[in-house]
Ligand binder design. Structure first.
Ligand code: FAD
Length: 333
């Protein structure tokens, strides 16, 4: 285990070859933990045409970048990507590997961990490190979100974990004077058993950009009726923001799951999060840890959301929200 050194962030790329946000977000805790144990932070990029992503990650304070650039890695494929990372790990012996908990990361992470006979903590919401043992303290919700479990992987290396998008903020701290660039000439030797036949992009409007939103106004069961989401939408429009919701509103069929914030929905990190008619259950709060400012509007002064809120308005949402929207629209006029 003493041979294992350095912290890797696996940086996923999108169809245009750019780094997806969560990879850049993970540089932030990655840098902090690597510094704490005197090790180096490496971005690992695999794909076909990785130059754009390579340039992007430089600005995030990495000590090094490891790439594999080959046509065979053009589209994500579990078998092929697992093989590539296994080869890289066996050659370079990293101590820690962070992966974004995207669809790709959730597929890839466990496969690599199984190959390397090591542990993986999925869906972490906090990361810390023991500077003596160099064990990462992976924190994630457990038992339906009713408690937070801290997990260690003291007997195997590399230590691995996935982290949801939006938990950490991107911090472009600037490029280091010297960056160790390692372009590996690795390819897949076997027969690729899974072939991509077609790529069908999502239809416009299908996806709600909650994760990247700066302002989110979320509605809960307190709205009482699906048509009342129009009040939420009006406020979100006035702020140039996005509509979110609690799970109760989704379960009631008032709004689609793509709007849901929380443990079984999306983790968000807006500048301002406004919770309207939402009680503040622990599973909802798990999704808004990274929000800069939380404003709660609820008629029950004892609602748990007020314990998390930076500003609270105790009142009837049907009176408060339209007034707020009107005031914001007036200021803009
Ligand atoms: P309620 O708890 O019913 O709260 C409604 C609030 O509206 C109350 O506080 C009430 O005072 C207020 N209100 C009512 N009328 C008005 C009015 N006129 N004006 C102002 N305020 C008013 N929940 C999530 O949100 N996201 C998740 O991802 C999620 N994942 C879960 C995963 C698991 C495994 C489990 C077990 C639960 C999960 N939940 C999740 C559900 C969660 O426990 C709560 O049930 C849910 O968040 C409650 O939604 P709510 O706050 O809208 O409803």
């Amino acid at each position: 285990m003493s041979d294992n050194k350095n912290l890797w962030v696996i940086v996923e790329t999108n169809q245009e070859g750019k780094a997806v946000n969560v990879g850049l977000e993970l540089m932030n805790p990655g840098r902090r933990m690597a510094d704490a144990i005197g090790e180096k932070l490496y971005a690992v990029i695999i794909g076909s045409g990785v130059d754009k992503a390579k340039e992007e990650v430089k600005e995030y304070g990495v000590d090094g970048i490891i790439t594999i650039d080959n046509e065979v890695y053009k589209d994500y494929n579990t078998e092929v990507y697992t093989d590539a990372i296994e080869k890289l790990v066996k050659k370079h012996n990293p101590n820690i590997i962070l992966i974004g908990a995207t669809n790709l990361g959730r597929d890839l992470g466990p496969r690599i961990a199984a190959r390397l006979h090591t542990g993986l903590t999925a869906d972490c919401t906090e990361l810390d490190i023991d500077t003596e043992t160099k064990d990462v303290r992976w924190t994630r919700p457990a038992f339906g979100g009713n408690l937070m479990a801290m997990i260690l992987c003291p007997e195997h290396r590399p230590q691995m974990g996935t982290v949801r998008p939006g938990v950490f903020k991107k911090e472009a701290v600037g490029a280091k004077d010297e960056i160790d660039i390692i372009d590996e000439d690795i390819t897949f030797d076997g027969e690729v058993r899974t072939k991509i036949l077609d790529f069908i992009p999502r239809e416009e409007g299908e996806e709600v950009d909650l994760v990247g939103a700066e302002f989110i106004v979320s509605g809960g069961r307190g709205l009482g009726d699906p048509k009342n989401f129009s009040i939420i939408k009006d406020l979100a429009d006035a702020l140039g923001g996005t509509v979110g919701s609690s799970r109760a509103a989704v379960d009631a069929g008032w709004i689609s799951h793509s709007h849901q914030v929380g443990q079984s929905g999306k983790t968000v990190g807006p500048r301002i999060y406004i919770a309207v008619g939402i009680s503040g259950a622990i599973q909802h709060l798990a999704g808004i840890n990274a929000a800069d400012t939380v404003i709660a509007i609820n008629k029950d002064p004892e609602a748990p959301i007020f314990a998390r809120a930076d500003y609270g308005i105790v009142g009837d949402l049907f009176e408060v929200v339209p007034k707020l929207t009107e005031a914001i629209n007036k200021r803009k006029a």
